[in-house]
Design a protein around this ligand. Structure first.
Ligand code: PLP
Length: 454
């Protein structure tokens, strides 16, 4: 009986809400969506439900369309205080990097054209020159991301051979990147040496056979082992590598070009140090502490970089022109000595705590709901400097009057346009000004007022 009450496709298409949309979408798409909604309505009737009206089906189609036509990724305000938030897309780009990316995207570029002689040029040449200058390396190569840089490196140098890794460094970075798996995928055989907490130079030395291609050092980016530990420094491995004819590779993860200790943080190994120590290749990310776009950078000895550049995988993991544009602009900030001012994540890391307190106090004065300005800590995040935090200030929102308590407030913040992501501690929602860009403040405060008063 209810099946007979089900509207037909044409009557749904003729309903008021879909009539309006018909001009903006292809008819085939609308028909498909209507059919899918009618199918699920039939399913509902089979389970004992009533037939929907044509208008109800049309509204369901409109909701589907709204979801389908949404832009993704969407801009989000990060009030968590976690500077490199993996779920929020890691590093925001500088103004110059954004502009470079937009210009490269909207028109033609000299990507592979040498403008001085009109002949074919190399897309990598300028980027490579910058990386060499900043790291002190003989040669460099930029690829899609650091995971592909390491995969390319091992594939080009260690396929069918052995790669010696400390047991403490056969790690998982997240998102499925596990050193033993990457090694296997590259055709190399991982030989793990030492123990989970202590590895000595002699462990590497004893593992060397005539089939050993590389010593791979991996930075423990997202965890820390404390206490009775020992690890071998790159410089010691270089010496052993020279004696035994084995290449030393260093997956640094973050690729931090600035000295983190200047900001009260633990020392993060830098590519410059690894290169100065004489490692064969160093691998690092573009969008962690470098503060640029997703990219993977390889720097090191020319003969090794050349082997990577010539490997068939190099084409498969090639960096795209938009990332190149943004990466170049980001590296130029370092070259000009303006990284701390121009690169958002470095501005966030270096901003004085007093300034953060001032911003939190200003927000407090503008809000009409109870909130306290309190000392707190911001995290670096993004698989960089694990456990390292910076002294900060937060605005702690009193959620007692708000429906659903802190989870309700958090949900309403996420549903705001633009969405706001904050953090909850001890039954209160905390907003850390450190990661909120200045131009986002005008959007943030109405979101907070609305989330608290509903
Ligand atoms: C983050 C990280 C990677 C992966 O880098 P992506 O740029 O995310 O691909 C690899 N190795 C280490 C040690 C890392 O920290």
């Amino acid at each position: 009986m209810q099946f007979r009450n089900l509207p037909n496709v044409n009557s749904v298409l003729a309903s008021e809400s879909l009539e309006e949309l018909a001009a903006n979408f292809q008819r085939e798409l609308l028909v498909d969506l209507v059919r899918e909604e009618l199918d699920s309505a039939r399913e509902g009737i089979r389970r004992g439900g009533d037939a929907p009206t044509a208008e109800m089906v049309a509204e369901a189609v409109c909701r589907q369309l709204a979801g389908l036509t949404r832009q993704q990724p969407r801009r989000v305000i990060n009030a968590t205080g976690v500077i490199l938030h993996t779920n929020l897309g890691r590093a925001p780009l500088s103004v110059a990097a954004t502009k470079a990316m937009q210009e490269a995207a909207a028109g033609y570029t000299d990507l592979e054209l040498d403008l001085t002689d009109g002949r074919r040029g190399s897309r990598q040449a300028h980027l490579q020159a910058l990386i060499k200058r900043l790291t002190g390396a003989e040669a460099a190569l930029a690829v899609n991301n650091n995971a592909s840089a390491v995969l390319l490196g091992l594939s080009a140098l260690a396929s069918g051979k052995e790669v010696v890794v400390s047991r403490a460094e056969a790690v998982e970075i997240g998102g499925g990147f596990r050193i033993p798996d990457v090694c296997r995928q590259s055709g190399g055989e991982l030989v793990d040496v030492g123990t989970t907490n202590r590895t000595y130079l002699r462990d590497y030395e004893q593992a060397v056979t005539e089939n050993t291609a590389a010593f791979l050092k991996v930075h423990a980016s997202n965890f820390r082992v404390e206490g009775f530990t020992a690890a071998v420094e790159p410089a010691e491995l270089v010496e052993l590598g020279e004696r035994t004819g084995v290449a030393v590779l260093h997956d640094e993860g973050s690729g931090c070009l600035l000295p983190t200790e200047r900001y009260g943080l633990a020392h993060e190994p830098t590519p410059q140090e690894s290169i100065a120590a004489g490692v064969g290749l160093v691998f690092f990310s573009g969008d962690k502490l470098l503060g640029g776009p997703q990219a993977g950078i390889v720097a090191g000895k020319k003969d090794l970089v050349d082997l990577l550049a010539r490997h068939p995988l190099a084409r498969a993991v090639r960096i795209d022109k938009l990332s190149m544009a943004a990466l170049t602009a980001t590296l130029l900030h370092y070259l000009r000595g303006e990284a701390e001012v121009e690169i958002p994540i470095w501005r966030m890391i270096s901003i004085p705590a007093d300034e953060i307190k001032e911003r939190a106090t200003r927000w407090q004065a503008k809000l009409e709901t109870p909130a306290q300005v309190e000392p707190s800590r911001s995290a670096i995040g993004g698989g960089s400097l694990p456990g390292e935090t910076l002294a900060s200030w937060v605005l702690a929102l009193d959620c007692t009057g708000a429906s659903g308590g802190p989870p309700g407030v958090m949900e309403r913040l996420r549903r705001w346009e633009p969405p706001v992501v904050a953090r909850v501690e001890e039954d209160r929602v905390l907003l850390d000004p450190r990661t909120v860009l200045p131009q986002e403040e005008n959007d943030l405060l109405p979101a907070v007022t609305s989330a608290l008063t509903h």
